[in-house]
Ligand binder design. Structure first.
Ligand SMILES: *Cc1c(COP(=O)(O)O)cnc(C)c1O
Length: 460
């Protein structure tokens, strides 16, 4: 170490010196003493390293240290959960927070969050009310179910349904449906957790009605049908339709429970996605209870919805576990508003997930032509390529929607992708075959300008 460095080190301010400066006092009054000490110490250490590396030739003024400490503290307490721009083309992206909410749903959440609400208060009688009633009317209207209960998420819905209705009883399930949905949610584990006894029938690719029938005995509580979600068996496969299972269950006086998963209320076939059993169809087919997510294809906040026979929903509502997994006021406000979009027949225009699914390919091309033109004027060259968007979220396995993507001309796609990710508003892009791709289908309109600025900033 050079002589100069040594003498600089001797002139570094002490922690006490910085704390007793007016700026130091101010920081202590905002952040408290122990955090401020940590922050000041960190900035002194950092400066010491710079001096040792001979990157500094003078000791900065004391205000430099307190200012650095202040930004260190601000970073420390900034929420680590922050918005990102999803340019991956995966619509219900589980790692990126699944469904973006409609404006009206966000407004409803804000209104309820700002003050008090009638969450559990009956405004007519002035007596205690029930939080579970708030989404009742739209759910009844949309599903034609006798009763429904909204809980924290669909994993909780399935656990609660099985615990309340099948604890200690046998539940029959096809081997083809013993799936892991993701994040460690495995159907057999949840069944075991509920206290139900799993009875596996059939084979991975084929399960017949008679497989179920042979497994029924006096201890059987229910047949559980679970949506395959993120996984698909193709080729020589078969599973009995829900209608046949419903008849079988009814004739043996056992329940048919359906974990529908995605919460699809609309037909996906007009958008080139193979049809799946929608929630109302599952109920109409004779399922006693259907459980589904609020934040996959339904496009609402995180929620699990249990719908079906009134007497069974009553039993579920009264189970102690129901309290442990109950939905909060933000969920109830957002979900009820999202459901309202379906009733008003405006889901395709108001619910972001459906707006993205239904976005015509030609519109995407037109949008990309604008992007390409604009970016090119700022020095970012790109090509418009054919590609596919996916629904994601463990919904609709193997299904994709034809789309156009912007492929950025760069020799360092990974480096640019990393830079885009470390922007203040992070951009999550896709790298495929060594190319950096942006799918506009999942980019929200209010983020387009920012995306362009970042592209210019990160590629040049
Ligand atoms: C997604 C899914 C779940 C879990 O739902 P969460 O809302 O993630 O809790 C359970 N079952 C099926 C079939 C699913 O698709």
């Amino acid at each position: 170490m050079g002589q100069q460095s040594q003498s600089l080190l001797r002139h570094l301010p002490s922690v006490d010196q910085l704390l007793s400066s007016p700026q130091g006092h101010e920081l202590v009054s905002v952040y408290g003493r122990s955090l401020t000490v940590e922050a000041v110490r960190a900035t002194i250490d950092q400066t010491r390293q710079l001096i040792l590396g001979e990157e500094l030739t003078a000791v900065p003024e004391p205000v430099y240290f307190t200012q650095s400490a202040e930004s260190w503290l601000a970073d420390l307490i900034a929420p680590s959960l922050q918005p990102v721009i999803n340019a991956t083309g995966v619509i219900v992206h589980t790692n990126l927070g699944r469904a973006p909410l409609s404006q009206a749903s966000l407004d409803a959440i804000q209104e309820v969050g700002q003050g008090y609400s009638n969450l559990e208060f009956d405004l007519e009688s002035g007596q205690r009310g029930s939080r579970t009633t708030h989404p009742d009317i739209p759910l009844k209207q949309l599903l034609d179910a006798e009763a429904s209960l909204v809980v924290n998420n669909n994993a909780a819905a399935v656990l609660l349904m099985l615990t309340a209705l099948c604890q200690g009883k046998e539940v029959i399930i096809s081997r083809g449906q013993l799936v892991e949905i993701g994040g460690g949610f495995r159907i057999p584990d949840v069944m075991a957790q509920s206290g139900a006894k799993i009875v596996e029938v059939g084979t991975t690719n084929r399960t017949h009605l008679y497989d179920y029938e042979r497994a029924i005995n006096e201890n059987t509580g229910a047949i559980l049908v679970a949506h395959h979600s993120n996984y698909k068996i193709i080729g020589f496969t078969s599973e009995p339709p829900l209608e046949e299972l419903a008849k079988l269950a009814q004739s043996h006086q056992i329940l048919l429970l359906y974990d529908q998963g995605s919460g699809a209320l609309l037909d996906t076939t007009p958008f080139g996605i193979p049809s799946e059993v929608r929630v109302p169809e599952g109920l109409a087919a004779g399922c006693d209870i259907v459980a589904f997510s609020g934040d996959k294809l339904l496009g609402g906040p995180q929620a699990g919805i249990i719908s079906g026979r009134g007497d069974l929903v009553q039993i579920i509502k009264k189970h102690p576990l129901a309290r442990a997994v109950r939905a909060d006021k933000f969920c109830l406000a957002g979900l009820t508003t999202t459901l309202g979009h379906y009733i008003k027949n405006e889901a395709l225009t108001q619910i972001p997930v459906w707006r993205m699914i239904s976005m015509p390919k030609d519109d995407i091309h037109a949008l990309l032509t604008q992007w390409q033109h604009k970016l090119s004027k700022q020095g970012v060259q790109s090509e418009i390529d054919e590609n596919v968007s996916t629904v994601g979220g463990g919904s609709l396995p193997g299904t994709s929607i034809d789309t156009w993507v912007l492929a950025i001309n760069t020799n360092h796609p990974q480096k640019v992708a990393n830079r885009l990710r470390s922007e203040k508003l992070s951009i999550i892009s896709r790298i495929q075959d060594g190319r950096l791709l942006l799918d506009p289908r999942t980019v929200l309109p209010q983020h387009i300008e920012k995306l362009h600025q970042s592209l210019v900033h990160c590629t040049l």
